[in-house]
Design a protein around this ligand. Sequence first.
Ligand code: ADP
Ligand code: ADP
Length: 233
Amino acid sequence: GTLIQTNDLKKIYYTDEIETTALAGVNLEVKNGEFVAIMGPSGCGKSTLLNILGLLDNPSHGEFYFSDQEISQFSERKRADLRKENIGFVFQSFNLIDELTVFENIELPLIYLKYSASERKKRVEEVMEQMKIMHRRNHFPQQLSGGQQQRVAISRAVVAKPNMILADEPTGNLDSANGQEVMSLLSELNAKGTTVIMVTHSPVDAEYAHRVIHLFDGQIVSENINTRDSTLV
Ligand code: ADP
Ligand code: ADP
């Protein structure tokens, strides 16, 4: 089925009387289980699009269907509820909380979702095992390498079993070996059914996607199917 559908999505920012059209009419459909990469030059609207698809921001114009609900004008509160239950985020800069341990960082989404302490422990340990980060459970982010920090961030993104992961340049701060490990983890999660939408500048990372969308000046200008993956085409 279809997870995301946008029709003529536009985003206009108004700052100091300057009007910036960040998205100029985006029509995008993403099916459940897809792995989509978004590429394009700096300033073309990639982050803006990811923020809207991730229910962090509303579009200025157009329709946005998420799991068949039209949500473009949802209140902040309703968007936040939908977001916490459905979406995990992974960022270039990891965005971990320095004062919390690995375990506590990964546990956070489950606290928001009101899991019990015993459910949290069970689920966090399961994910730490899967992400090969168990031996670091009591460490703080600053005691970890970049690759390890990103594995913690991915753990936090998936701990509540979201149906979609949004990744913004997930390998941007990593060397190529750690970058490939992170891409393999995202690929594995996708293979188990999680939809992945990723912004990247890296053609190597884009190879992991089923489909690559190119944005330019706030519009989709081309789309490639990665033929290596015949399963979804
Ligand atoms: P990308 O992620 O591709 O670099 P962005 O989505 O960040 O592009 O930005 C698209 C355009 O919107 C740019 O011209 C940028 O300056 C502008 N923009 C982004 N965020 C804001 C904001 N909060 N306020 C004003 N302009 C913004
Ligand atoms: P990664 O999983 O990213 O390779 P690890 O946490 O396994 O990182 O650490 C990298 C290397 O450091 C491994 O060879 C591991 O055995 C070793 N190592 C892990 N924890 C410690 C530690 N507390 N003290 C010393 N060496 C460690």
